[in-house]
Design a protein around this ligand. Structure first.
Ligand SMILES: [Zn+2]
Length: 236
């Protein structure tokens, strides 16, 4: 019985398809992808930490402004009362009250000044922390971007290899008979892996099992011989 054309070409087609599958599988499982996902998580964490510090700093700076404003108002009030106190022209009782008020205002000013110094100190410390966390977030993002660029590079190289293999595939396909090609496609879809095997000493090249003389004679009588064990197309 005459064989459909392209049995040997089918072996080559299978080799090309296996190479494409391998490349695409590797592309999906690049170790750099997991590394990049982790780098992104770290960068996001660092950015969140930096944002939290920046928020904290903004709140603290508002407290500083408010305290500065309150201090200014209290200082003005103190100055005014001092001026009135030293101007005299008040009864002894009024003078005593005024003196007590001035004393109270002075204590308030001292407390506020201490508070302001404490706040400014905190703000300075926070500014330093914010700067450091900003730098950390920045370098984490840079590392992530470098990995992303590396992945793009690797994937572009894989895509180019795949494209070259597909070009070769397009050249091989026309020399394989349509029935054979259809069967090959069906077997690959259903079973995947090796679906074409070269026969050597009645042993199937796909599953490596041997056929008896009678079995072998029977299958080789078919237009498209297939292994009785694994259904692979046999190249005899
Ligand atoms: Zn087989």
């Amino acid at each position: 019985m005459e064989r459909p054309a392209g049995f040997t070409d089918l072996m080559e087609l299978q080799a090309v398809d296996a190479d494409v599958d391998k490349l695409l599988e590797d592309r999906r499982n690049l170790p750099e992808l997991a590394e990049h996902a982790q780098a992104r998580r770290i960068a996001e964490e660092k950015e969140r930490a930096h944002d939290a510090l920046a928020d904290q700093k903004r709140i603290l700076d508002r407290d500083v402004s408010r305290t500065e404003g309150e201090l200014e108002v209290t200082e003005q009030k103190l100055k005014e009362q001092e001026r009135r106190l030293f101007a005299g022209a008040m009864s002894a009782r009024e003078t005593e009250n005024m003196r007590m008020e001035v004393g109270g205002l002075r204590r308030q000013v001292t407390v506020m000044e201490d508070e302001l110094l404490e706040l400014l100190d905190q703000s300075e410390g926070l500014a330093e922390e914010e700067r450091t966390s900003g730098e950390q977030a920045g370098s984490a993002r840079e590392y992530e971007a470098r990995l992303a660029a590396r992945i793009d590079e690797i994937q572009a190289a894989v895509d180019a290899s795949v494209e070259r293999l597909r070009e070769r595939r397009r050249l091989i396909v026309p020399s394989i008979g349509p029935e054979l090609l259809k069967l090959y496609g069906r077997l690959r879809e259903r079973r995947g892996g090796i679906v074409v095997g070269e026969v050597s000493g009645r042993v199937c090249g796909a599953c490596h099992l041997q056929m008896s003389v009678a079995e072998f004679e029977e299958v080789t009588g078919d237009a498209i011989p297939q292994c009785i064990h694994c259904a692979a197309v046999l190249v005899v």
